[in-house]
Design a protein around this ligand. Structure first.
Ligand code: F6R
Length: 614
């Protein structure tokens, strides 16, 4: 939520900042802006409602020169998306400019105190309050900007990644972080700052992750300095990151989402590479071998996650209970953190997150650690806050996911969970050799089978057009595919704005069947073997009420072909891995329906990819 970027060095800052903003647009895209100090010492702020491309147009006839600058792309929290609420925000004197990602929870109290001291505000944002608080502290204490930032932040409750530029000190950016991501790229005589290393990977591979409660003093003539709020020096650990630039581009596809859906044979290959032996089928996850005793003795596993990652966790629950015989609970991180949960030291908490920055999931991790539980992470973004804040974990390694709707991360998460279940099950002796082999061979076959599903794209695009009229959808699944139904419904609603609900198929009779009519299509995942006959009955019941059915079936299924309106075939695979395959046609269907409806698929309204605020 909101992306921040900064530059200081020998190059013109604006092109670097704008490129960075484009890469950060997945974090928010309702307005954008930048601040630069030019050679004459003017602090220029340019900002406007809309996308980064609108900001570029706006800058055409402006003086956007300067070798120091900060920039922001916004996901509105306080105040509507407009030119005034866009960042950067000026202090009252116009001498300090600030960009902020996060929420200042006690901004109202601070604002009232500043108003009592004669301050007035242009915007409705909490961020403008913060920049004025900093100026107020500096003026009343007569201290440096850096000290004022530290003193001001001690009064702040909330989450922030901020970068500050001062007209009278064009050699320095002050940055600070609490619960919102921030990374500093170290170049040759230059520094880069961002919410996400991927946005500045063109310029450097050396990164310093700023930690909670730290303030960075980024001076063009000095080595990087980082202190805590009490001005005690903090350690500066440089992390080397390698990322291919092509992963950050659309690569010929119309949208990142379509590219990411199509990448899945490769991303799943990357996810399992080196973790399952193609010869023996043996799964090796260092996170499990290094913590063998913990997994053997675990009394319970609790998944904490949000959104799509929560759906993946529901599949993880089935896998682990099935294969490892450990009781599992799946919690929305946002609920878990506020409901005084029972967490014991022999619980393992597994935090699942694509971005590794989700505020609620981070808070759930803190809670679990305080209670003495062992916390394991399943993350995509290398070096993210969750990856660094967990005791151990497994990266899903699916590469940057830029489309706001999560696709390849979901299949990567479930694939990791399947490997995790096998690795733990083996250590605990709860899985038969035969079933172990069947599942590990199934995992190894995923890249080819996903490619087979993707070859159905034209068929799926065709049937998607037929259903673009619908205003509501129901998605049904059972067992392993109930979470896949929830995920299919989420994909459709978030990018097409069509209302969709996922249900376990047998729940239909308990209420939702009342909704069925010719206007309400039902997507049925009918790949399960144990519940096959029952699912056919569910389909018949819907048909009897005039409902239209899109069914996902196992390859060669002729019975459902005869009843459903449209059928999509899924290759044979062991039951527990079917949700990985069944989720892909549902991703494609959501994509094609959204495109037919003219939606902005990669940047759907009101959403942001990385939810770093509560
Ligand atoms: C849906 C989607 C969101 C995220 C959720 C958690 O397509 O992307 O529901 O899954 O915001 O995000 P992460 O996984 O980054 O913690």
């Amino acid at each position: 939520m909101c992306g921040i970027v900064g530059y200081i060095g020998g190059q013109e800052a604006a092109p670097i900042l704008l490129k960075g903003l484009h890469r950060l647009e997945y974090r928010g895209y309702d307005s954008a802006g930048l601040a630069l100090v030019n050679q004459s010492g003017d602090l220029n702020v340019y900002k406007c409602k809309g996308k980064v491309s609108d900001l570029e147009d706006y800058l055409m006839d402006k003086d956007a020169t300067g070798t120091i600058g900060i920039a922001h792309t916004r996901w509105a929290t306080h105040g509507i998306p407009d030119n005034v609420n866009a960042h950067p925000h000026f202090s009252r004197s116009g001498k300090i400019a600030l960009i902020h990602n996060g929420i200042i929870e006690n901004y109202r109290v601070i604002k009232d105190a500043l108003i009592a001291n004669g301050y007035t505000f242009r915007s409705n944002t909490d961020s403008e309050v913060l920049v004025n608080l900093i100026e107020y502290v500096r003026d009343t204490h007569g201290c440096s900007l850096e000290e004022a930032v530290r003193v001001a932040l001690k009064q702040v409750v909330g989450a922030y990644a901020i970068a500050i530029l001062e007209k009278d000190n064009p050699d320095e950016i002050i940055a600070a972080r609490q619960s919102s991501p921030m990374v500093i790229g170290i170049g040759n005589g230059e520094y880069f700052l961002s919410s996400d290393a991927a946005s500045i990977i063109d310029y450097t591979n050396d990164f310093v992750y700023v930690k909670d409660g730290e303030v960075a003093i980024i001076n063009r003539h000095k080595p990087l300095s980082i202190v805590n709020l009490d001005n005690q020096p903090a350690s500066i650990d440089i992390t080397k990151l390698e990322l291919s630039i092509s992963e950050l581009e659309k690569g010929g596809y119309d949208h990142f989402m379509l590219k990411e859906i199509n990448e899945q044979p490769r991303t799943i290959f990357d996810c399992i590479r080196g973790r399952i032996s193609p010869e023996t089928g043996e799964v090796k996850l260092s996170g499990v071998t290094d913590n063998r005793e913990k997994f053997i003795n675990a009394r319970r596993i609790i998944f904490v996650a949000c959104g799509t990652s929560w759906h993946a966790s529901l599949i993880g629950e089935h896998l682990i209970e099935d294969i490892c015989r450990i009781p599992v609970e799946v919690e929305y991180a946002s609920e878990f953190r506020y409901r005084n949960p029972i967490i014991r030291p022999d619980d393992i908490v597994i935090a699942v997150s694509q971005s590794g920055e989700t505020a609620d999931t981070l808070a759930a991790i803190r809670l679990a650690k305080e209670a003495g539980a062992f916390v394991y992470g399943i993350c995509n973004v290398v070096g993210s806050s969750i990856a660094r804040g967990t005791d151990s974990g497994t990266y899903i390694h699916v590469g940057p996911e830029i489309g706001v709707a999560s696709t390849k991360a979901f299949t990567g998460q479930v694939t990791v969970m399947a490997m995790l279940a096998l690795a733990i099950g083996k250590e605990r002796g709860t899985v038969s050799d035969e079933y172990y082999r069947e599942v590990s061979e199934g995992i190894l076959s995923l890249p080819d089978k996903i490619a087979e599903v993707l070859r159905e794209d034209e068929h799926i695009a065709g049937l998607s057009k037929v259903f673009t009229y619908a205003r509501n959808f129901i998605y049904l699944g059972r067992g392993y595919n109930y979470p896949a139904a929830l995920e299919g419904a989420l994909k459709l609603k978030e990018i097409s704005y069509i209302h969709a609900e996922g249900y376990p198929a047998a729940e239909m009779k308990h209420g939702p069947i009342a909704l069925i009519d010719a206007e309400m299509p039902t997507v049925v995942i009918a790949t399960g073997q144990d519940t096959y006959e029952k699912t056919i009955s569910n389909i018949e019941e819907i048909k009897a009420r005039g409902g239209r059915i899109i069914a996902l079936v196992r390859k060669g299924d002729t019975r459902i072909l005869g009843i459903a309106d449209k059928v999509i075939e899924i290759p044979e695979i062991t039951e527990c891995l079917t949700p990985i395959l069944s989720s892909i046609p549902l991703q494609l269907m959501a994509y094609h329906i959204a495109v037919c409806k003219g939606r902005n698929v990669d940047q759907p309204r009101n959403l942001a990819k990385s939810v770093t605020v509560e």
